[in-house]
Ligand binder design. Structure first.
Ligand code: GLP
Length: 240
């Protein structure tokens, strides 16, 4: 793994955006694997600036996202599809037809997982952006998820529901289930870019980088990826 330590959230975001923009410059038809969460917001804001300065275009870019809550869709302010539109897709020249997330409002979640898995096979990713859960999760792959997993339905860990409740009016409003890209599908991306900020993630960063490769810490599998880049701020890197 290549580890880059930056001063703070802003510098981490600029570095993350630079690496993603480089992928788009190298291949204007690139397939980007994208992530939601507070960590990614600054990176998307930097990408929007680059687009407005005429440095990059999303016109021919395709995107696939990691995950979505079951039960939430376009009409929900908390859904990941809304997050992506508000923080990136609606602010650049992306063609919404080329942007993909699991459909959290599908009548049949298991069928939706199969559809998404086969979509991923046809869209090999040039780069996959990842955040890190405080329990080491990637996407919504919670501890003990098989490293061989494909897109599947997950029951969220209590700690994840608690972490994510800050974005909802009440903790009871946080959906308990989600659809997530599987770990084997995350690992299939040519390059992985993980961004981590804040002292509350320092233990998970330590387990990811220095811990045993174990399903107890899903992100530890990144040690086996040929081109994984971790961009950390000083607080997140404080236990390394
Ligand atoms: C969430 C998402 C992940 C995200 C991670 C970190 O639960 N499912 O895709 O990367 O946890 O989120 P945050 O950046 O808000 O800390």
């Amino acid at each position: 793994m290549k580890i880059l330590i930056t001063k703070d959230y802003e510098e981490m975001s600029r570095k993350g955006a630079l690496l993603i923009s480089q992928t788009i410059k190298d291949n204007p038809c690139a397939v980007l694997g994208l992530a939601t969460g507070s960590t990614a917001i600054g990176t998307y804001a930097e990408l929007v600036k680059m687009y407005k300065n005429g440095e990059i275009s999303f016109k021919n870019v395709k995107t696939v996202n990691l995950d979505e809550y079951i039960g939430l869709g376009e009409e929900s302010t908390q859904s990941y599809v809304t997050f992506m539109r508000e923080n990136l897709f609606n602010l650049v020249d992306a063609d919404l037809k080329n942007t993909h997330l699991p459909n959290g409002t599908s009548d049949n979640a298991e069928e939706e997982c199969k559809r998404y898995s086969s979509l991923l096979c046809g869209l090999p990713r040039d780069i996959q952006l990842l955040g890190l859960g405080s329990n080491g999760h990637i996407g919504f792959n919670e501890p003990l998820t098989s490293f061989n997993s494909k897109t599947h339905v997950v029951e969220l860990a209590e700690s994840t529901v608690k972490d994510n409740s800050r974005l909802f009016a009440n903790a009871e409003d946080v959906p308990r289930r989600a659809i997530t890209m599987g770990i084997s599908e995350i690992m299939a991306a040519k390059r992985i870019l993980m961004l981590v900020s804040g002292a509350n993630k320092a233990k998970a960063v330590y387990n990811t980088v220095k811990g045993q490769i174990s399903e107890n810490c899903p992100a530890s599998i990144l040690q086996r990826h040929d081109d994984a880049v971790l961009v950390l701020d000083e607080a997140a890197a404080s236990l390394l």
